[in-house]
Design a binder for this molecule. Structure first.
Ligand code: FAD
Length: 309
């Protein structure tokens, strides 16, 4: 119960934009953010990916900026991603991009978000790359899947894909539907605060749903990503793949920058495809707080440092 309360508090704080400026000034939090975020610039993110590639790991970049204020700021995000895709291509990096629809303006104007996301996917297609559309809080799940379906219809499975969260009650049905439509999925547990009406309050149910969805994904014949650091989820995944005689390149495992690097390397060394999510940018506050919420014992640390800022 304490862990759940701490998680909720951290996730509540992650959404308080007034805290963002304060937090980014606190040196100890900035230092901590560097564990989870590759840096503030594209150069730093590319350098991090280069190091990952040298160790046999692939990357997916995320330019952090969830709180865009106007249409011009969303267009700046598109320019950032277009530049990023060009630099990945020129560097020959093993990397693709992850994009949030709120950063394309989903909460401002849906048509604008579609237009922006479409521009990024078109650039990815022109460069033979791929855009993973991250999944955000429950209020935008349906809108996000609608837009991904539209982009998938326009550009095909090789250039755009979705994310599903096993914490949501709807996810197993979404997984079956999207697999039937041949949409590539990243399966994760879900990092946002959701009510019991739409999400499983009990972690055991979230994990059970993860395993059921993982099986739907691996049995579909579509190329998916299984995103977790949970050794039990990973074990279940590798066991299922083995039982189905799937080759090791039929799917990829995905983890976050700065978390369980030992496990990342171990899996690559065993011949699995492992892709690391590499976030970068100045707006790291909500991302850092979601990572803190995954370790509820972090609450006291965060509160102590925020109050000093
Ligand atoms: P957990 O049960 O939370 O953790 C299992 C173990 O992993 C822990 O015991 C610990 O050893 C380690 N661990 C996990 N988190 C941390 C941490 N912060 N610090 C230190 N150790 C940790 N969520 C979304 O809602 N939308 C997305 O689009 C999305 N994209 C993601 C992309 C990738 C590649 C990954 C790996 C995760 C993504 N997530 C996303 C986050 C995800 O939903 C979970 O919040 C996160 O992965 C933690 O869940 P877990 O599966 O690792 O299991």
């Amino acid at each position: 119960a304490t862990a759940r309360w701490s998680r909720s508090t951290l996730l509540f704080l992650s959404r308080q934009s007034w805290l963002k400026d304060r937090a980014t000034r606190v040196r100890s939090l900035r230092r901590l953010s560097r564990r989870f975020v590759a840096g503030e610039t594209q150069e730093e993110a590319l350098a991090a990916a280069k190091q990952l590639n040298a160790r046999g790991l692939w990357a997916s970049f995320d330019h952090l900026n969830e709180a865009v204020r106007d249409a011009e700021e969303t267009r700046e995000e598109v320019r950032e991603y277009v530049r990023l895709l060009a630099r990945i291509d020129e560097a020959g990096a093993q990397a693709n991009v992850s994009l949030k629809l709120t950063q394309c303006g989903l909460l401002l104007d849906r048509a604008l978000a579609l237009e922006n996301a479409r521009a990024v996917v078109a650039e990815a297609r022109a460069r033979g790359s791929f855009v993973r559309v991250d999944m955000e809080h429950g209020a935008v799940t349906q809108a996000t899947l609608d837009l991904v379906r539209q982009l998938h219809a326009e550009h095909g499975e090789s250039h755009v894909g979705a994310v599903l969260q096993s914490c949501l009650r709807r996810t197993e049905a979404d997984a079956r539907a999207l697999c039937a439509e041949r949409v590539r999925i990243r399966l994760c547990k879900g990092a946002y605060l959701e009510g019991p009406d739409i999400a499983f309050p009990d972690k055991r149910d979230v994990d059970a749903c993860f395993v059921r969805c993982m099986k739907v994904l691996l049995d579909s014949g579509v190329y998916h990503g299984i995103a977790t650091h949970d050794e039990r989820m990973l074990e279940a995944t590798l066991e299922h793949a083995e039982r189905r005689h799937l080759p090791r390149d039929a799917f990829e495992l995905q983890m976050l920058h700065g978390i369980r690097e030992d496990l990342q390397q171990q899996l690559v060394d065993q011949g699995y495809r492992v892709r690391i999510y590499v976030p970068y940018g100045r707006h790291w506050y909500p991302y850092l707080m979601r990572r803190m919420a995954e370790r509820p014992a972090n609450l006291a640390f965060v509160l102590r440092h925020l109050s000093r800022g």
